[in-house]
Ligand binder design. Sequence first.
Ligand SMILES: [Zn+2]
Length: 179
Amino acid sequence: MGLGEYNFAPRERKQDEKFMREAIRQAKKAYALGESPIGCVIVRDDKIIARGYNRRTTDHNTLAHAEVIAIRKACKKEGDWRLEGCRMYVTLEPCQMCAGALLQCRMDEVIIGCPSPKSGCAGSIINLLEMDGWNHKVKVTFGVLEEECAGLMKQFFKELRVRVKEEKEAARAAQMQEK
Ligand SMILES: [Zn+2]
């Protein structure tokens, strides 16, 4: 099964979409802060136990990725560093740090909205989550509400490019006035 294909789990797809929709809602909170729109939720027994969204710029913190924030909350709530029996829904393929955290907390599965060709460690660059040799594997499922998740990222970076261009033009105009 290749990247981006839906890997049919025994549960219903509708259920996966319901949880991914909540992850998208979290991603939109990041968007509203001017952050890359990435959001996630952690589910146990078909109930959301933790939510997170990217706050890297807002918190001036390299570690403030959506997944790490949600894992911290879930561990606190469960009173355990292990999150066995849980699954994560995340709008974008996890990076190396978050894939590491998913392995460390022994998450059962991660369900991903869209791939991240330049930083994804669930198959795009490397699949850390399903590698042989670790003492644990995290099942990877791609392609739930992929278009919506990818669309959010595209829109964000399109707006960012416009903003950067406008700022450059404004700086140039200011320079011209000084001359
Ligand atoms: Zn990450």
